[in-house]
Design a binder for this molecule. Sequence first.
Ligand code: NAP
Ligand code: ZN
Length: 350
Amino acid sequence: MPQATAYAIDGPTGRFARTTIERREPGPTEVLFDIAYAGICHSDIHTARGEWGPVKYPLVPGHEIAGVVRQVGAEVTRFAVGDRVGVGCFVDSCGQCEQCREGDEQFCDGPGGTVWTYNGTGRDGLPTAGGYSSCITVEADYVCRIPEGIELASAAPLLCAGITLYSPLKRWGAGPGKRVAIVGMGGLGHMGVQIAAALGAEVAVISQTRSKEADGLRFGAAEYHAVSEPGTLRGLRKSFDLIVSTVSADQNIGALLNCLKTGGVLVDVGLPEHPVTLSLGTLVGQRRVLAGSNIGGIAETQEMLDFCAGHGLAAQVEVIGADDIDAAYDRVVAADVRYRFVIDTATFTA
Ligand code: NAP
Ligand code: ZN
């Protein structure tokens, strides 16, 4: 069995420590690849800290995974040894249900549902372990190809942050003539600004402060607003066709809805710990839409990777070593990351 060096946390207030885990010998339709980089998504933090409910500790998080193929099963034709590949938030699904047939494997209705990359249960009945590890074995159908133009370190975050913004921006028509606001410019948000601008929309950032304004404009935003300045959201009343909120903490959704034009759409992708309250008149009175979105399917994720390569887009990353994971978590929560921490697995053996 291939062994992986991994970093695991053993409880909601624990710290990351090195461990060894076993990966499957790749079956006929599977790929084993060496992980080069794993992004730190805020979802890793919500999960590891128990903010979303029960966790199977010890937990090896990581669902923004980029690496190079080491071994392929006998029936795998799409990948060869040495290929640059990535895996996102899930590693398996039933493949038969309506959602899977539509290419929405992230909403699998089959037995066991979508198999999440970590904190899930694989078809082998064993707990899944994510990308903070040196290698992983995955069904080839759940592996994406990383285009040549994108460095592996800056490609890793596309497997979650990239697709999570690409999917709703496409679905809800971000493009020429549309005014689109991205709320929260962290890992997800900074990809949203780039992708929405590349799709041809007129993009605004709504951030807590002006500290990232120059970056927001460099990523392609035409406007930048800071809610720390009194009256900001009131001043944006009925301004946008589409708003995508990536905020990871509690916020006033009603105030954001009021920034939508009549019939506008607010897509929330942020998943804070607590429920929100909302006055429904804010929706009803202007025929507004409040929607959610959850990553994207495999085909759409490949489409997003190719779109990013074609438009010269990638994540802006801060590469860290294994010993920095705990500190990086605190910095993400403090919105102090530019704009995604990515763990370099070469530091695992140091
Ligand atoms: P992140 O890098 O921490 O970015 C979140 C941003 O939200 C921060 O950069 C900050 O932006 C803003 N923010 C943070 N605290 C805030 C507060 N108290 N009030 C207002 N704004 C605040 O996190 P991420 O990795 O992008 O993930 C964002 C959220 O999406 C998380 O809840 C995560 O679990 C969720 N998520 C969902 C999906 C999905 O498929 N739906 C996928 C991945 C992640 P500014 O500094 O610009 O204000
Ligand atoms: Zn994620």
